[in-house]
Design a protein around this ligand. Structure first.
Ligand code: ATP
Ligand code: MG
Length: 750
């Protein structure tokens, strides 16, 4: 045995770890070791010689699964690699990959991302000549998604009088028809959206008892983390899989249920007790993560919710500092205060930037934070937001790859049929789509037989395009994902097109394509991957969740910026919750009822309980929203924290500086009272001189100082020769490290 884990658990945790047969549930407060129990419970099963292939553990993010696996590996060794672990979506995508043909999909089905789904809905709305202001893709997709998560089929949707009434009352009677069209178009394209991965798994298990039986025999032990945020579709999958052996263990915290808007149903906890009367319930009450002040503050907030299972959470940790509240005059000043506070804390307490997280309610709030962090030269990473895979050039290449694996993929086909330009105009495309609809063929069937549907001149470029895709499919059948992707990137003309664009943006797009290819290479070179095919790679990247992007950009110490939703389950030494204002947090859009307000409050509870040692809250009294400066009122949530846990310091500011009387327990700091951090702060953006002339850099040396028209001054720290082209790594004074290809970069040696 690699690690004596029982000594790392308290008696209730150990009891939950040792209980391995029969159903079990742990609903306990934040930071009480639920995830830890799940981890060591799996280690314990493996030590009792349960085959890792028989254990299924469902986590909230892929990253959480990875971490859990690594911990288990420390106890039991490499056997841990064979565990079935991952998010509901990734595990059941994997299962559908080998079973989809039974429900009429190709095994090489495409996974549509949210953007694909919205585009498709937009297209259908247009084709049906519906009002696109009434039938906004986002809204329609939301309705369809809610239906799927409740396992409401198209037929049920169309026939249900209550749904009909609802949609009619909302003046959107055609949602059912849109659902029908959308589902049939996805099916024809051999595509599943995210909700389908769960919905179709349910269909598979319902219509094919033999398949269900097979997986019931495989998954002898089922475990679910963050159970409070499962939706009905997920609940049913877990219940079906565990129906035979009844070895199911779920852990969660009703106070942290924050995904009701996506169909998560707290009812699943109550159902669990009904489904398994022989259930064993474990209570964990001690919080090991946070200081007493943080735990008490969190308790005092959640107490305001009526719909909460009562539980007492306590901490044996130190009291720790009180919770600090920063008040700023504007969002920009808020950013400044937070960045300075991080800088000072890091210096004064010898911390790493990895110890800090800034959490916000909406992604848009990151901008002001980013700006201030950059000015203090503080490195940061944003989790979620526009991820690498959402960039245009990456989506273009991925569309080619998707088409290669599944030529019926309508959204991919539309994206690249005329990119790079090959003279296939919108009218021709419209004709193709029409022909497909009329003849009941898929668009690909029409495209690959274009000469039968269109006059020769129009058909020619389409026939060429179809030939290309067929050739790619042949390559992908023989080669691994990397060889196939490289071939496709070149042969499609994409590389040439991007290479020709010598602007900085063009260069960065070109580098992104290289980066994607590097990613494919790393994927195929990973010795633990069995399936190195292009299809497997595409599935992997389609399932990257918001919270998973954290690792992708990690380099050195960095402050983490993310939404509170993505922070679930995580912990950081010092946490900043910013934008504590009415209409922002609680969000204006979300508080039309008590239930909504309570969900926002649970979100606040999640945010508070991410902090280990120090929690700081901030708000601004004015903020730009939709381009207008608005004055803001501080959040009601601030007043809900028992004031004894909040820092009570007066600003040493100018005499008579107004105190917020209703809010005495506030540390008021004004950014101009805080001495500027000693690091270089650049307030003005570098502007290149108008006579900027790049020099010849063929003899550039390490250590040389250079000037770049956009990035300003910097020093060469490394030169690398890569297949004949030289890459320079340059530490720029304002923008930090950049890697540039010398043949493109306009540099002046100074
Ligand atoms: P959340 O509700 O946020 O998901 P959780 O209940 O899953 O939290 P964990 O993340 O498992 O809690 O544990 C919180 C922290 O406390 C972790 O750093 C964990 O290692 C630590 N911890 C848990 N139990 C113990 C223990 N018995 N002794 C020491 N540390 C512990
Ligand atoms: Mg947890």
């Amino acid at each position: 045995m690699g690690l004596d884990y029982l000594s790392l658990l308290n008696p209730s945790q150990a009891a939950a770890v040792m209980q391995i047969d029969g159903p079990c549930m742990i609903i306990a407060g934040a930071g009480s070791g639920k995830t830890r129990v799940l981890t060591y419970r799996i280690a314990n099963l493996l030590e009792k010689n349960v085959d890792p292939f028989n254990i299924l553990a469902l986590t909230f993010t892929n990253k959480a699964a990875k971490e859990m696996r690594a911990r288990i590996e420390k106890v039991v060794g490499p056997e841990a690699k064979n565990l079935w672990m991952g998010t509901f979506h990734s595990i059941f995508a994997r299962i559908l990959r080998s079973e989809a043909d039974k429900i009429g999909y190709p095994r090489s089905f495409t996974i549509y991302d949210t953007q694909d789904s919205k585009t498709l809905i937009g297209q259908i709305v247009k084709e049906l000549e519906l009002d696109d202001k009434l039938y906004k893709p986002n809204l329609v997709l939301g309705r369809i998604s809610a239906a799927k998560n409740k396992l409401i089929s198209v037929q049920q949707y169309l026939n249900d009088p209550v749904i009909k009434q609802d949609d009619e009352a909302a003046l959107r009677p055609k949602i059912g028809v849109l659902y029908q069209q959308y589902a049939s178009r996805c099916f024809k394209a051999g595509a599943m959206d995210f909700d389908d991965l769960l919905y179709q798994t349910n269909v598979l298990f319902k219509d094919h008892p033999d398949v269900l039986n097979k997986y019931q025999n495989i998954f002898k032990y089922v475990m679910v983390d963050e159970y409070q945020d499962t939706n009905y579709s997920q609940y049913l999958i877990a219940r079906k899989l565990a129906a035979k052996e009844r070895n199911i263990c779920v852990v969660g915290d009703d106070a942290q249920s924050i995904y009701a808007f996506r169909g998560a149903d707290i009812q699943n906890i109550l159902n669990f007790e009904k489904d398994y009367p022989e259930l064993q319930v474990f209570k964990l009450e001690q919080n090991y993560r946070s200081t007493k002040n943080i735990v008490w503050a969190a308790n005092s907030v959640i107490k305001n919710n009526q719909a909460q299972l009562r539980k007492d959470v306590f901490s044996d940790n130190e009291d720790g500092p009180l919770i600090e509240v920063l008040k700023a005059a504007s969002d920009n000043e808020e950013g400044k205060l937070v960045a300075q506070s991080i800088y000072e804390d890091k210096m004064n307490h010898h911390l790493s930037y990895d110890d800090f997280a800034i959490l916000y309610r909406t992604n848009a709030q990151s901008r002001a934070m980013e700006e201030s962090l950059r000015k203090l030269n503080i490195k940061y990473k944003i989790v979620g937001g526009l991820s690498f895979y959402q960039r245009k050039e990456i989506k273009d290449l991925v569309a080619y790859l998707r088409l290669t694996v599944n030529p019926n993929d309508e959204q991919a086909l539309r994206r690249v049929i005329n990119y790079p330009k090959r003279g296939i105009g919108d009218t021709t495309l419209a004709k193709l789509i029409n022909s497909a609809e009329e003849s009941n063929h898929t668009i690909w069937e029409v495209v690959s037989n274009a000469d039968k549907f269109l006059p020769t001149r129009t058909a020619n470029p389409i026939v060429d395009f179809a030939e290309k895709i067929k050739a790619y499919t042949a390559v992908a059948a023989k080669e691994d994902a990397f060889e196939a992707a490289k071939f496709i990137a070149k042969n499609s003309g994409m590389i040439e097109e991007l290479y020709a664009d010598k602007s900085i943006e063009g260069l960065s797009r070109y580098e992104n394509i290289q980066e994607l290819l590097n990613g494919v290479k790393a994927y195929t070179e990973d010795p633990e991957r069995e399936d190195k095919s292009l299809g497997a790679f595409l599935q992997d990247i389609a399932l990257v969740t918001d919270a998973d992007t954290k690792d992708a950009q990690s380099e050195g110490e960095q402050v983490t910026l993310m939404t509170i939703h993505s922070a679930k389950g995580l912990e950081f030494r010092n946490v900043y919750i910013v934008g504590m204002e009415e209409n922002l947090f609680p969000s204006q859009m979300m508080i039309t009822s008590r239930a909504d307000l309570e969900e926002e409050r649970r979100l606040f509870y999640v945010a508070i309980t991410r902090a280990e040692k120090k929690l700081t809250l901030s708000y601004a009294t004015s903020r730009y929203q939709w381009g207008n400066l608005r004055s803001c009122e501080k959040s009601r949530f601030l007043d809900e924290i028992d004031p004894q846990y909040v820092d009570f310091k007066f600003s040493s500011g100018p005499a008579g500086s107004p105190m917020d009387s209703a809010f005495g327990h506030v540390l008021e700091r004004r950014s101009n009272l805080i001495p500027a951090a000693p690091r270089k702060t650049v307030a003005t953006k570098y502007v290149a001189p108008s006579d900027f002339q790049p020099s010849d850099t063929s003899n550039l040396q390490n250590g040389q100082r250079v000037e770049h028209p956009k990035f300003g001054f910097g020093q060469v720290t490394k030169l690398e020769n890569q297949n004949g082209s030289v890459k320079a790594i340059i530490q720029f004074e304002e923008v930090g490290e950049k890697t540039l290809l010398l043949s493109f970069a306009k540099l002046r040696i100074v």
